[in-house]
Design a protein around this ligand. Structure first.
Ligand code: NAP
Length: 250
């Protein structure tokens, strides 16, 4: 496999960290991007200790200047980015009547504005290389989920963004695809359990029982799907949404 430079956002922990480790294991140099550079450094250090190549980059993906500067730093220190995984995300769950405009804006900003800004910043490098892979993190919540009007709209938006990037960028050898996870055991789902006052173990057991495969997902399950879309051999697959949810959620 040709070694490329990859940027994974929100990669200090969870799905992003597993994806960064997986892309590094596949031979790519990885920029581990997260809000706090010292947190991102944990993932980057683990990759280097395992024999891979990685740097930590601190940036808020929703900040236009920071997103642009981060991509330029990656190009200078690791090489022109040709793989982008838009994974950074937050939750601000609440029922519609209790959801604030701030909750709405924060979620739209990180997921959608962040993915737009990062995709726009990397595309010139990909166009120049005539090769690129953009993988966006959607969710089964894109199909609708109680208490997640903001998140569901953002994750459905990620699918529309993905399909449009696929149409616009395909002629330059760039594909864009989305992975839509179901329940994955991370800090994000742990925070949801805390918010609704359910012990995490019980929350996991319930989700496992609901899933046709009888277990919850692990970050590595999602990393494997992202790695496929990022691979050389996935070059004819573009504009697709792959639900990785332990069952036919879509
Ligand atoms: P996570 O454990 O909460 O990790 C998300 C990471 O993104 C955190 O390190 C967070 O940093 C970072 N981040 C947040 N805002 C950012 C910003 N503006 N700029 C840069 N980084 C930022 O979440 P996860 O469960 O791994 O989820 C990863 C992605 O998968 C998200 O897009 C999520 O919506 C999606 N997803 C997750 C699940 C699931 O069940 N876990 C299901 C479907 C989809 P801080 O800690 O500093 O905030």
């Amino acid at each position: 496999m040709t070694a490329r430079t990859a940027v994974v956002t929100g990669a200090a922990r969870g799905i992003g960290a597993a994806t960064a480790r997986r892309l590094a294991a596949d031979g790519h140099a990885v920029a581990v991007l997260d809000l706090a550079e010292d947190q991102a450094e944990h993932t980057a250090k683990a990759i280097r200790e395992a024999g891979g190549k990685a740097i930590a980059v601190g940036a808020d993906v929703a900040d236009e200047a920071a997103a642009t500067a981060a991509v330029e730093r990656v190009a200078a220190e690791l090489g022109a980015p040709q793989i982008l995984v838009n994974n950074a995300g937050i939750l601000r769950d609440n029922l519609l009547f209790k959801m604030t405009a701030g909750d709405w804006d924060a979620v739209m900003s990180v997921h959608l504005r962040g993915a737009f800004l990062m995709s726009r910043a990397v595309q010139s490098h990909m166009v120049e290389a005539k090769w690129g892979r953009i993988v966006n993190l959607s969710s089964t919540s894109a199909l609708g989920n109680r208490g997640q009007a903001n998140y569901a709209a953002a994750k459905a938006g990620m699918q529309g963004l993905t399909k449009t990037l696929a149409i616009e960028l395909g002629r330059f050898g760039i594909t864009a695809n989305a992975v839509a996870p179901g329940f994955i055991q991370t800090e994000m789902t742990k925070a949801t359990a805390e918010r609704i006052g359910v012990p995490f173990e019980d929350f996991l057991a319930h989700a496992a029982k609901e899933a046709p495969v009888g277990r919850v997902g692990q970050p590595e399950d999602i990393a494997a799907a992202v790695a496929y879309f990022a691979s050389e051999e996935a070059g004819f697959v573009s504009g697709q949404v792959l639900y990785v949810a332990g069952g036919p959620r879509a």
